[in-house]
Design a protein. Sequence first.
Length: 134
Amino acid sequence: YCKVNNIPIFTVERGGGVIVTSPDDLGCNLVCESHSLLPILMERFHAYVSARCGDRQCVIDKNDILIDGYKVMAFAQSTIGKMYMYNMQFSFKVNLEHIRNITMKEIVKIPGELSKLSSVNKQELAEEVLSWLQ
């Protein structure tokens, strides 16, 4: 499906599920020696998004952030020796057909678009993440 539709694939041996993203979305990877960043990052993003989704319900659900039940952010953590990789994916445009065809398994949490469920802007979010790392 990906080859026929000219969809690039990055293979990361980390176990778990498939992350489907596009140029419309924002994806970040952070590699470091700290093993405890995932909850800190999730809380930071949750606070950022919650402040921008009005009276919609924004919750952390395991390694995801949901707005009104729609999955808008996914987080994953991988370990190689003493190094940790944190992967964060933020959905701004969802193509359910692509997701269904690429993952080939049932979608448990329906993806949602940050740009429709909140006032989060892709460029502003990228700049905010960069500011946290400085």
